[in-house]
Write a protein that binds this ligand. Structure first.
Ligand code: NAD
Ligand code: ZN
Length: 256
Protein backbone atom coordinates (compact mmCIF):
# COMPACT_ATOMS: atom_id res chain seq x y z
CA UNK A 1 0.00 0.00 0.00
CA UNK A 2 2.91 2.35 0.75
CA UNK A 3 4.00 2.16 -2.90
CA UNK A 4 0.47 2.99 -4.05
CA UNK A 5 0.31 5.91 -1.62
CA UNK A 6 3.53 7.31 -3.05
CA UNK A 7 2.25 6.90 -6.62
CA UNK A 8 -1.01 8.67 -5.72
CA UNK A 9 0.93 11.45 -3.96
CA UNK A 10 2.98 11.92 -7.18
CA UNK A 11 -0.22 12.17 -9.22
CA UNK A 12 -1.69 14.67 -6.75
CA UNK A 13 1.42 16.82 -6.97
CA UNK A 14 0.92 17.18 -10.73
CA UNK A 15 -2.89 17.48 -10.68
CA UNK A 16 -4.70 20.77 -11.26
CA UNK A 17 -8.29 19.59 -11.12
CA UNK A 18 -9.21 16.92 -8.59
CA UNK A 19 -12.60 15.40 -7.84
CA UNK A 20 -13.54 13.82 -4.50
CA UNK A 21 -16.79 11.87 -4.45
CA UNK A 22 -17.62 11.24 -0.80
CA UNK A 23 -20.18 9.26 1.20
CA UNK A 24 -21.05 8.54 4.81
CA UNK A 25 -17.68 6.80 5.42
CA UNK A 26 -15.80 10.12 5.22
CA UNK A 27 -17.72 11.32 8.28
CA UNK A 28 -17.53 8.02 10.20
CA UNK A 29 -14.39 9.17 12.07
CA UNK A 30 -16.34 12.26 13.20
CA UNK A 31 -18.57 9.84 15.12
CA UNK A 32 -21.46 9.88 12.63
CA UNK A 33 -22.83 6.39 11.92
CA UNK A 34 -23.06 5.31 8.29
CA UNK A 35 -26.37 3.98 6.96
CA UNK A 36 -25.40 0.63 5.52
CA UNK A 37 -22.09 -0.15 7.21
CA UNK A 38 -21.62 -2.83 9.86
CA UNK A 39 -22.54 -0.35 12.62
CA UNK A 40 -24.90 1.55 10.33
CA UNK A 41 -28.18 3.22 11.13
CA UNK A 42 -30.09 0.75 8.94
CA UNK A 43 -28.75 -2.17 10.95
CA UNK A 44 -30.95 -1.17 13.86
CA UNK A 45 -33.86 -3.07 12.29
CA UNK A 46 -37.30 -1.57 11.88
CA UNK A 47 -38.66 1.70 13.25
CA UNK A 48 -41.19 1.81 16.12
CA UNK A 49 -43.89 1.89 13.44
CA UNK A 50 -42.59 -1.46 12.17
CA UNK A 51 -41.33 -0.10 8.85
CA UNK A 52 -37.77 -0.03 7.45
CA UNK A 53 -35.87 3.25 8.00
CA UNK A 54 -35.64 3.79 4.23
CA UNK A 55 -39.43 3.74 4.08
CA UNK A 56 -39.79 6.16 7.01
CA UNK A 57 -37.45 8.51 5.12
CA UNK A 58 -39.19 8.10 1.75
CA UNK A 59 -41.16 10.73 -0.17
CA UNK A 60 -44.28 8.53 -0.11
CA UNK A 61 -44.17 8.22 3.66
CA UNK A 62 -43.41 11.93 4.13
CA UNK A 63 -46.50 12.86 2.10
CA UNK A 64 -48.65 10.28 3.91
CA UNK A 65 -47.40 10.75 7.48
CA UNK A 66 -44.98 13.70 7.75
CA UNK A 67 -44.95 13.43 11.52
CA UNK A 68 -43.48 9.90 11.32
CA UNK A 69 -40.78 11.07 8.89
CA UNK A 70 -40.00 13.99 11.20
CA UNK A 71 -39.34 11.55 14.05
CA UNK A 72 -36.52 10.03 11.97
CA UNK A 73 -35.28 13.37 10.62
CA UNK A 74 -34.85 14.29 14.30
CA UNK A 75 -33.02 11.03 14.98
CA UNK A 76 -30.68 11.71 12.05
CA UNK A 77 -30.11 15.23 13.32
CA UNK A 78 -29.16 13.96 16.79
CA UNK A 79 -26.50 11.78 15.11
CA UNK A 80 -25.10 14.77 13.21
CA UNK A 81 -25.47 17.55 15.76
CA UNK A 82 -22.31 19.12 17.20
CA UNK A 83 -19.98 16.91 15.16
CA UNK A 84 -16.71 18.33 13.84
CA UNK A 85 -14.74 17.66 10.69
CA UNK A 86 -12.16 14.87 11.04
CA UNK A 87 -8.70 14.63 9.43
CA UNK A 88 -10.24 13.25 6.19
CA UNK A 89 -12.34 16.41 5.67
CA UNK A 90 -9.37 18.58 6.65
CA UNK A 91 -6.88 16.94 4.26
CA UNK A 92 -9.37 17.30 1.38
CA UNK A 93 -9.85 21.00 2.25
CA UNK A 94 -6.11 21.62 2.61
CA UNK A 95 -5.42 20.22 -0.87
CA UNK A 96 -7.07 23.38 -2.26
CA UNK A 97 -4.42 25.62 -0.80
CA UNK A 98 -1.69 24.67 -3.28
CA UNK A 99 -3.57 26.19 -6.21
CA UNK A 100 -5.41 22.98 -7.05
CA UNK A 101 -9.08 23.09 -7.87
CA UNK A 102 -10.64 20.46 -5.61
CA UNK A 103 -14.27 19.71 -6.29
CA UNK A 104 -16.12 17.73 -3.62
CA UNK A 105 -19.35 16.00 -4.65
CA UNK A 106 -20.78 14.61 -1.44
CA UNK A 107 -23.74 12.41 -0.62
CA UNK A 108 -23.48 13.57 2.98
CA UNK A 109 -26.00 15.94 4.49
CA UNK A 110 -23.86 17.02 7.46
CA UNK A 111 -22.08 20.13 6.07
CA UNK A 112 -18.70 18.93 7.43
CA UNK A 113 -16.72 19.48 4.20
CA UNK A 114 -17.68 23.17 4.24
CA UNK A 115 -16.87 23.40 7.97
CA UNK A 116 -13.41 22.00 7.22
CA UNK A 117 -12.94 24.77 4.64
CA UNK A 118 -13.67 23.12 1.28
CA UNK A 119 -14.95 25.82 -1.07
CA UNK A 120 -16.32 23.84 -4.02
CA UNK A 121 -18.77 21.46 -2.41
CA UNK A 122 -21.71 20.02 -4.32
CA UNK A 123 -24.31 18.63 -1.91
CA UNK A 124 -25.94 15.92 -4.01
CA UNK A 125 -28.36 14.96 -1.22
CA UNK A 126 -28.86 18.41 0.32
CA UNK A 127 -28.23 19.54 3.90
CA UNK A 128 -30.16 18.35 6.94
CA UNK A 129 -29.74 21.61 8.86
CA UNK A 130 -31.48 23.63 6.13
CA UNK A 131 -35.27 23.59 6.29
CA UNK A 132 -37.62 24.54 3.50
CA UNK A 133 -41.37 24.84 3.14
CA UNK A 134 -43.32 22.27 1.14
CA UNK A 135 -45.60 25.04 -0.20
CA UNK A 136 -43.78 28.40 -0.38
CA UNK A 137 -40.19 29.75 -0.78
CA UNK A 138 -39.44 29.91 2.93
CA UNK A 139 -35.99 28.56 3.92
CA UNK A 140 -33.98 28.54 7.14
CA UNK A 141 -30.32 27.53 7.56
CA UNK A 142 -28.33 26.14 10.50
CA UNK A 143 -31.47 25.06 12.31
CA UNK A 144 -31.23 23.27 15.68
CA UNK A 145 -33.95 20.66 15.78
CA UNK A 146 -34.24 20.72 19.59
CA UNK A 147 -36.41 23.82 19.52
CA UNK A 148 -38.80 22.39 16.89
CA UNK A 149 -42.25 20.88 17.49
CA UNK A 150 -42.94 17.27 16.37
CA UNK A 151 -44.31 18.58 13.08
CA UNK A 152 -42.68 21.93 12.24
CA UNK A 153 -44.85 24.35 10.26
CA UNK A 154 -43.84 27.23 8.01
CA UNK A 155 -43.87 30.64 9.78
CA UNK A 156 -44.86 32.26 6.45
CA UNK A 157 -47.74 30.06 5.25
CA UNK A 158 -48.36 27.45 7.96
CA UNK A 159 -47.77 24.49 5.65
CA UNK A 160 -45.43 21.63 6.59
CA UNK A 161 -41.66 22.23 6.69
CA UNK A 162 -39.05 19.64 5.69
CA UNK A 163 -35.29 19.37 5.77
CA UNK A 164 -33.73 20.27 2.43
CA UNK A 165 -32.51 16.71 1.80
CA UNK A 166 -33.26 14.22 -0.94
CA UNK A 167 -35.74 11.66 0.34
CA UNK A 168 -35.85 8.11 -1.02
CA UNK A 169 -37.73 8.10 -4.36
CA UNK A 170 -36.87 11.76 -5.05
CA UNK A 171 -34.63 12.97 -7.89
CA UNK A 172 -31.41 14.86 -7.17
CA UNK A 173 -31.70 18.65 -6.82
CA UNK A 174 -31.39 20.10 -10.34
CA UNK A 175 -28.89 22.84 -9.43
CA UNK A 176 -26.51 20.39 -7.69
CA UNK A 177 -26.74 17.95 -10.58
CA UNK A 178 -26.09 20.69 -13.17
CA UNK A 179 -23.13 21.97 -11.21
CA UNK A 180 -21.72 18.44 -11.02
CA UNK A 181 -22.21 17.88 -14.76
CA UNK A 182 -20.55 21.23 -15.54
CA UNK A 183 -17.52 20.27 -13.41
CA UNK A 184 -17.34 16.87 -15.15
CA UNK A 185 -17.52 18.52 -18.55
CA UNK A 186 -14.32 20.43 -17.69
CA UNK A 187 -12.64 17.12 -16.83
CA UNK A 188 -10.40 16.13 -13.92
CA UNK A 189 -6.78 15.01 -13.61
CA UNK A 190 -7.54 12.72 -10.69
CA UNK A 191 -10.75 11.21 -9.29
CA UNK A 192 -11.18 9.91 -5.72
CA UNK A 193 -14.13 7.97 -4.33
CA UNK A 194 -14.06 7.99 -0.52
CA UNK A 195 -16.31 6.20 1.98
CA UNK A 196 -19.24 5.39 -0.25
CA UNK A 197 -20.92 2.09 -1.06
CA UNK A 198 -21.15 3.38 -4.67
CA UNK A 199 -24.71 2.23 -5.18
CA UNK A 200 -25.97 5.20 -7.15
CA UNK A 201 -25.33 5.68 -10.85
CA UNK A 202 -24.50 9.38 -10.42
CA UNK A 203 -21.52 8.58 -8.16
CA UNK A 204 -20.39 5.52 -10.12
CA UNK A 205 -20.54 7.04 -13.62
CA UNK A 206 -18.01 9.88 -13.00
CA UNK A 207 -15.51 7.24 -11.83
CA UNK A 208 -16.16 5.00 -14.85
CA UNK A 209 -15.98 8.01 -17.17
CA UNK A 210 -12.55 8.85 -15.71
CA UNK A 211 -11.46 5.23 -16.25
CA UNK A 212 -12.57 5.43 -19.91
CA UNK A 213 -10.62 8.69 -20.32
CA UNK A 214 -7.51 7.09 -18.74
CA UNK A 215 -7.70 9.48 -15.79
CA UNK A 216 -6.28 7.82 -12.64
CA UNK A 217 -8.94 6.84 -10.10
CA UNK A 218 -8.55 6.03 -6.41
CA UNK A 219 -10.96 4.37 -4.00
CA UNK A 220 -10.53 4.81 -0.24
CA UNK A 221 -12.74 2.41 1.70
CA UNK A 222 -12.15 -0.40 4.21
CA UNK A 223 -14.54 -2.59 2.19
CA UNK A 224 -15.08 -3.74 -1.40
CA UNK A 225 -17.61 -1.85 -3.48
CA UNK A 226 -18.98 -2.22 -7.04
CA UNK A 227 -16.21 0.11 -8.35
CA UNK A 228 -13.29 -1.60 -6.57
CA UNK A 229 -12.30 -3.62 -9.63
CA UNK A 230 -12.47 -0.65 -11.98
CA UNK A 231 -10.27 1.89 -10.16
CA UNK A 232 -6.53 2.35 -10.67
CA UNK A 233 -5.71 2.32 -6.92
CA UNK A 234 -7.59 0.77 -4.01
CA UNK A 235 -6.48 2.16 -0.67
CA UNK A 236 -8.06 -0.09 1.94
CA UNK A 237 -8.72 1.48 5.32
CA UNK A 238 -10.25 4.40 7.15
CA UNK A 239 -10.44 7.67 5.26
CA UNK A 240 -8.86 9.84 7.98
CA UNK A 241 -5.89 7.56 8.40
CA UNK A 242 -5.22 7.09 4.68
CA UNK A 243 -5.69 10.70 3.68
CA UNK A 244 -3.29 11.86 6.41
CA UNK A 245 -0.70 9.34 5.14
CA UNK A 246 -1.30 10.60 1.63
CA UNK A 247 -0.89 14.23 2.71
CA UNK A 248 2.36 13.29 4.47
CA UNK A 249 3.67 11.54 1.34
CA UNK A 250 2.64 14.56 -0.77
CA UNK A 251 4.33 16.97 1.61
CA UNK A 252 7.54 14.88 1.50
CA UNK A 253 7.40 15.02 -2.30
CA UNK A 254 6.81 18.79 -2.35
CA UNK A 255 9.83 19.34 -0.10
CA UNK A 256 12.05 17.03 -2.15
P1 NAD B 1 -23.32 4.09 3.39
O1 NAD B 1 -23.67 4.31 4.81
O2 NAD B 1 -24.18 3.31 2.53
O3 NAD B 1 -21.86 3.43 3.29
C1 NAD B 1 -20.77 3.92 3.94
C2 NAD B 1 -19.48 3.45 3.22
O4 NAD B 1 -18.39 3.99 3.95
C3 NAD B 1 -19.27 1.93 3.18
O5 NAD B 1 -18.80 1.57 1.90
C4 NAD B 1 -18.20 1.67 4.25
O6 NAD B 1 -17.37 0.57 3.93
C5 NAD B 1 -17.43 2.97 4.20
N1 NAD B 1 -16.76 3.35 5.44
C6 NAD B 1 -17.12 3.11 6.72
N2 NAD B 1 -16.24 3.66 7.57
C7 NAD B 1 -15.31 4.28 6.80
C8 NAD B 1 -14.15 5.06 7.09
N3 NAD B 1 -13.76 5.32 8.35
N4 NAD B 1 -13.43 5.54 6.07
C9 NAD B 1 -13.79 5.28 4.78
N5 NAD B 1 -14.88 4.57 4.43
C10 NAD B 1 -15.62 4.08 5.44
O7 NAD B 1 -23.08 5.52 2.82
P2 NAD B 1 -23.42 6.14 1.46
O8 NAD B 1 -22.99 5.25 0.35
O9 NAD B 1 -22.84 7.48 1.54
O10 NAD B 1 -25.05 6.23 1.37
C11 NAD B 1 -25.91 6.53 2.42
C12 NAD B 1 -26.73 7.79 2.24
O11 NAD B 1 -27.18 8.17 3.52
C13 NAD B 1 -25.92 8.97 1.78
O12 NAD B 1 -26.27 9.19 0.49
C14 NAD B 1 -26.34 10.15 2.68
O13 NAD B 1 -27.33 10.94 2.07
C15 NAD B 1 -26.94 9.51 3.86
N6 NAD B 1 -26.08 9.58 5.07
C16 NAD B 1 -25.41 10.74 5.38
C17 NAD B 1 -24.59 10.80 6.48
C18 NAD B 1 -23.86 12.08 6.77
O14 NAD B 1 -24.27 13.13 6.30
N7 NAD B 1 -22.75 12.04 7.50
C19 NAD B 1 -24.43 9.69 7.32
C20 NAD B 1 -25.16 8.52 6.99
C21 NAD B 1 -25.96 8.48 5.85
ZN1 ZN C 1 -44.42 28.23 3.60
Amino acid sequence: MRTDLIKVAELLREAHRVLFITGAGVSAESGIPTFRGRTGFFRQGLTEEGIPFEEALSATNFHKSPQVSWRYFAQLERNLRGKSPNPAHRVIADLETSGRRVCVATQNIDGLHQLAGSKYVIELHGNLFRLCCTACDYQASDVTFDSLPDLPLCPACDDVLRPDIVLYEEPLPGDALNQFLAEQAQGFDLVFSVGTTSLFQYVVEPVLLAVRRHVPTIEINPEETPISDAVSFRLRGRAGLILVELATALYERELA
